[in-house]
Design a protein around this ligand. Sequence first.
Ligand code: FDA
Length: 303
Amino acid sequence: MLRTSLLAAARSPLARKLVERSPLTKPVVNRFVAGAETADAVEATRALRDSGRAVTIDYLGEDTTEVSDATHTVKAYVELLSALSEQGLAAGADVSVKLSAVGQALPGDGHKIALDNARLIADAAAGVGATLTLDMEDHTTTDSTLDILSELRADFPWVGAVLQAYLYRTEGDARDLAVAGSRVRLCKGAYREPESVAYQDKAEVDRNYVRVMRILMEGDGYPMIASHDPRIIAIAGDLGAGRDFEYQMLYGIRPQEQETIARRGDTMRVYVPYGVQWYGYFMRRLAERPANLAFFLRAMATR
Ligand code: FDA
C-alpha cells in the first residue's frame, strides 16, 4: 500500500514539486545520489575504487519528452566518460543508461532515436575501456530495450542488460540471454506493475529471483547479482562458487556490506547516480524500504 502510493508519487508532477522544492529533502537525497555534477560522479568513483569497489554510473533522468533533452543526456555521458579517462578511472568502469532518458519514449521514432543515442554512448565507452549497461524500466519498454540490446551487441558485445525478477517473462528472457559474453544484471524490479505481467507477492518475486539466478549461473554469460537482500547474496555465493560473476548494490545502501564483500575478494560494483533529476530515482528508493522513508521523515523532523 505504502509502496504503491510512493511509486504513484514518483510519477506525479504535484508530488514532485512538493518534494523537490522542500529545502529539507536535500540532506536525505545526498545519501543516495553522488551529487549534481560530473566532478561529483568522478569523486565518488575515486572513493569507491580506493575501497576496492567497482562502479556503474547513472546520469539521472528518465521519460524524456524532448529530443534536445535526449541529446543533452548523451553529452553528459560522453563528458563523464572522458573525465573518468582523464583521471585514470575509466578502465573497468561501467555506465548505466535508461533508454527513456535518451529518447525511447519520444513519439514516432523513439526506438530508433534511443538506439542511435545508446550507440553514441557505447562508442564513447569503447574509446576509454569502459562498458555500458541498459537499465530496465517499466514492462511496456522491455521488448524495445531487449531489441536495442541485441542491435548494440552486434557491434559492442559487452553491452549489458537488466532483467527484473518480478516479471513473469523473465525466466524466458534469462534463458535467451545466458549466452557467452552476455552481461546480465538481475534485480527484483522497482516499478509498479500490474498483476497481468508481474508477481505481486514479495516471496514469489524472491523465489523467481533464485530460479532466474540459477539459469544465469548455469549459463555461459556473466551474471551481475544486484540486490541488498542478505538471503539472495548468500544464495548467489553458493550458486556462483567457482564461476565468474559480480555483486551489485546501490550507492548509499548497505555500504559496510559492500566493503565486506569487496574485501573478501569478490567483485562488488556500486551503482552511482548523479545529476539534478533525482526525483524518480529517490522515490523508488523510498518505496523499496519503509526504513528509508523513516530516515527521510526523521531528517525532516529534526531540521
Ligand atoms: P529488497 O528491497 O526486497 O530488500 C531485501 C532485504 O535487503 C531487506 O529486507 C534488508 O534485509 C536488505 N536491505 C534492503 N535495503 C536495505 C538498506 N537500505 N539497509 C539495510 N538493509 C537493506 N530496478 C529496475 O527495475 N531496473 C533496473 O535497471 C535496476 N537497476 C538496479 C541496479 C542495481 C545495482 C541495484 C542494486 C538495483 C537496481 N534496481 C533496478 C532496483 C531493484 O529492482 C530493487 O528495487 C532494489 O534493489 C531493492 O531490492 P533488493 O533486492 O535490494 O531487496
